[in-house]
Design a protein around this ligand. Structure first.
Ligand code: AMP
Length: 462
């Protein structure tokens, strides 16, 4: 997954992009990059690592200019290599061009095969590079027309920023899978994956970039917008609300915090538990746990403390490290838990490894019963639109019942939120404007997705 940010009309464009990426760091912790434009000259810096470690004052000082785009990445398509770090930057017949992409193209590989057969040489494994080749090959006159033609050939999820000199172009795919907002700062405009980045730089939210829309900020300070792709069916990612986005953001028009709290309230109504206290798996489970507590009347307390000095356990590559990581990340508060029947609320179960560790941790800290409540339905299908989920056979819910999962994680009970409950919490009971493929297997670009073999996952209980 990724966070993207772009700004024009500011004398310290790279510095503000750095701040914007910092606010979006939760969307990708593997690598980051900024490309700034001074006049028509693009200069970029990309590295593996966290935004704050990559961009020193020295590095930012080498990125002068009044326009910039930036990207914070966790790889979904293309491996974890420096050559894949975005923004991708090229020099082509039309001048310098930099691209930052959040999302995943489902036909990226087939387009790449086609382009390679025609002689194209790729510099990265990123699906985004396909778009650059298509732009360069287009016979259309303007950059905007070339982008439209190129994106007309790709399928899948893209919120994209293109920087060419002082011109910044933003496009969102017609499903609107990934978020993208437009804001205004004192002397120009800004784009960001989430509103939290606007808040940090004290920019004012204007609106979302609409699905299928292209917004162009030109060098004279003008803003133009066009609907370039028709919208047949919206597919805004529901998992952004469940887990991915930052709770202080306003996403797809709703407060992430309020939605998560409502998920918890709904969960308490659907899957009540007889318990003494409600605790959260921090940080992502906190708003839902508060909602659960308010709805059920069971007091909320802090039973788990998260260390902020380790990354998200999920992104550790090795199973052995991930096991270890849960203990590194979460500590149980014995004084709160001892002798208590506890409801513990988390946002999702992926492989089940984290939940199992947490239940054991709570019991060894003295909890007499642990009732696990999940503020989303079972995650049974991988995401092809930009969220990093493992393959289907690694998803515990793809091949196990709720009872089996409960037994595996050693909980006294396990309850997931229903699909309807999830829909209701985001204000769309049938999820007709959302993509919920990770829970339903209903892929909106279905025919293009390679069929997945029957899942198999052997669990060791106890
Ligand atoms: P697992 O041990 O694989 O079941 O991991 C479950 C935990 O990972 C939950 O606490 C979620 O908050 C978190 N999680 C779910 N999806 C993702 C994701 N795509 N990236 C990182 N963490 C995730």
């Amino acid at each position: 997954m990724c966070g993207i940010f772009g700004i024009v009309g500011h004398p310290e464009a790279a510095n503000l992009t750095y701040l914007g990426l910092h606010a979006l760091q939760h969307r990708g912790q593997e690598s980051a990059g900024i490309v700034a434009a001074e006049g028509d000259t693009l200069r970029g810096h990309r590295e593996m690592g966290l935004v704050a470690d990559i961009f020193s004052a020295d590095v930012l000082g080498k990125l002068p200019g009044t326009a910039a785009i930036g990207h914070a990445r966790y790889s979904t398509a293309g491996g974890s290599h420096l050559r894949n770090v975005q923004p991708l930057q090229v020099a082509w017949a039309g001048g310098g061009l930099a691209v930052a992409h959040n999302g995943n193209l489902v036909n990226g590989q087939s387009l790449r095969d086609e382009l390679e057969a025609q002689g194209a040489i790729f510099q990265s494994d990123a699906d985004t590079e396909v778009v650059i080749h298509l732009i360069a090959r287009s016979r259309k006159e303007t950059l905007e027309e070339r982008i439209i033609e190129a994106l007309g050939r790709v399928q899948g999820a893209y919120s994209m920023l293109f920087l060419a000199g002082q011109k910044l172009v933003a496009v969102r795919d017609p499903y609107g899978f990934r978020p993208l907002v437009l804001g205004r700062h004192k002397t120009g405009y800004v784009f960001a994956s989430e509103t939290t980045a606007l808040d940090l730089i004290e920019a004012e939210l204007i609106r979302e970039v609409e699905p299928g829309e292209m917004v162009v900020l030109s060098s004279d300070g003008g803003l133009t917008s066009r609907q370039v792709f028709p919208v047949a069916r919206l597919g805004r990612c529901i998992f952004e609300h469940v887990y991915f986005a930052k709770p202080d953001s306003v996403l797809f028009g709703s407060s992430v915090y309020e939605v998560r709290k409502e998920l918890g309230r709904q969960l308490a109504r659907e899957k009540p538990a007889d318990a003494d206290l409600v605790i959260a798996v921090p940080d992502s489970g906190v708003p839902a746990a508060l909602g659960f507590s308010q709805e059920s009347g069971i007091p909320y307390d802090v039973g788990l403390i998260r260390s902020h000095y380790v990354g998200r356990t999920f992104i550790e590559p090795q199973q052995s490290i991930r096991h270890f990581g849960v203990k590194l990340k979460l500590a149980a508060v014995r004084q709160v838990l001892k002798g208590k029947r506890v409801v513990v609320v988390d946002d999702s179960i992926v492989r089940g490894t984290t939940s199992r560790k947490i239940v054991k941790l709570l019991k060894s800290a003295g909890a007499t019963e642990v009732h696990l409540r999940i503020s989303s339905p079972p995650t049974a299908w991988p995401c092809y639109y930009g969220i990093d989920t493992p393959s289907r056979h690694e998803l515990i819910a793809s091949s196990h019942t709720v009872d089996e999962i409960s037994r595996y994680v050693t909980a006294d009970s396990l309850g997931y939120l229903s699909m309807e409950g999830l829909g209701a919490a985001v204000g769309d009971r049938n999820s007709s404007t959302f993509c919920n493929a990770c829970f339903s297997g209903n892929y909106l670009t279905g025919d293009l997705v390679t069929p997945v073999p029957r899942p198999q996952l052997e669990l060791v209980y106890g």
